[in-house]
Ligand binder design. Sequence first.
Ligand SMILES: Cc1cc2nc3c(=O)[nH]c(=O)nc-3n(C[C@H](O)[C@H](O)[C@H](O)COP(=O)(O)OP(=O)(O)OC[C@H]3O[C@@H](n4cnc5c(N)ncnc54)[C@H](O)[C@@H]3O)c2cc1C
Length: 448
Amino acid sequence: MNAMNPMNTMNTTTFDALIVGAGPAGSSAAVLLARAGWSVAIVEKQAFPRRKVCGECIAASNLPLLEALGVSPAAFDSLAAPRLQRVAFMRGSHNVSAPLPAATHPQHSWARALGRETLDTLLLNQARAAGARVLQPWSVLSVDGPHGQMRAMALDIGTGEKTELQSRVVILANGSWEPLQSVRRAEQRVRRGSDLFAFKANFDNANLAAGLLPVLAFEGGYGGMVMADRQTTTIACCIRADQISALRARLPGHSAGEVVEAMLRRECAGVNAALQTAQRLGPWLGSGPIDPGIRLRGDDRVFKIGNAAAEAHPIIGEGMSMAMQSAWLLCDRLLATSGEGGPQDAARWHADVARRYAADWRRHFSTRLRLAAMLAHAAMRPLPASILVSAVRHFPSAVTWSARWCAKVTCAIEPATIARLASAPAPRPPTARAPLAAQSTGPLTEAS
Ligand SMILES: Cc1cc2nc3c(=O)[nH]c(=O)nc-3n(C[C@H](O)[C@H](O)[C@H](O)COP(=O)(O)OP(=O)(O)OC[C@H]3O[C@@H](n4cnc5c(N)ncnc54)[C@H](O)[C@@H]3O)c2cc1C
């Protein structure tokens, strides 16, 4: 779908905005800023389409955003899996299901599942169509410099050449699992048995009802299962490192993904029933450890969106919502005010946007993060998990309400803001000195 065309050349290395990472957060921001008339570079280290560890459920609240970003509802409908209208809670032999709440939007009432190889490619194509420069597969190694005149060292993975990219604004949208090379050493921490590693696999011929979204709970982890696009079933889960070691000791010679699959079939009757006739499509993908918590600060020197800003335990499947919606919140603030000026103006403008964006972020997402952590820790431990099971058996509507509390049907972006940002040209960000766009240090190659 996204084969690289012959390389184009461009002769500027200077942009209004440099975005690191082309997941749902980075591509959303690239579309909005490029449409507003900013010069945008988006750097992605992997070639697309690529698989990614993710449960692949897109909450209904995001579908109007996808449409406003240029993903046509007809194209999306033809690619995505059927509407998700029921949620189940599965643990051991227990299996309780309840309706999912519907969003109030007239066209987009229900969550849908779509493989990340498809979704991320669709969104990046929209960024390209909006005029963003796509540098892929390129990797940003480091970012520094004063406000209004940031510099990033980027590596063209194809040629091994390094280029310095200059930008007035840098937006980190590089997820939470791969810090930039320059900060990796500083952030390295001791690995713990409680670290959660994430896995995903796709299956053909699984016996899972279309439109059902089971949440899985088991000792030391949690996960989800869904029929995604092309009639394939996706299973994604997180599991503690010490649990994986114990499982591998019991099944020597098998990969981590294989022992996780064996455990899921053994421990979770719902998974076992769904996979009776299924064939796995390719190997398990593994990532992590995941890093739940908030990294965003009101005084950040670079803006952060999506998982780079914060990661919620994926038991609530709200990561892509927070990724896309945080991009919209930030772009709304970036595009609201601007003006050319000196270094102090650039610093003041940056500090003001960062502070307002961080406040918006906390207002909309902090509760979701806390609820996700509570549910995740309850699901992973035997006693709280059995209390959860008994609660949902007696009150299945609690599952529906939990989905509502986790904001699965409420979008942080108002319809009027969606309409305004989807089209509006806007002022460019202030710079520290003469317009950087005038500077050029030679050609860059661009994936198109
Ligand atoms: C097991 C599991 C299940 C999940 N299920 C769901 C679900 O059902 N629904 C949901 O909404 N969310 C789910 N999530 C969460 C969701 O996957 C993430 O929250 C989401 O992908 C975050 O999007 P992002 O754009 O911030 O980052 P990412 O999607 O992680 O994208 C970051 C991109 O940056 C690139 N990158 C990284 N470093 C660099 C660099 N130095 N230079 C250039 N590029 C770089 C990466 O290659 C990547 O493409 C799940 C997560 C897990 C672990």
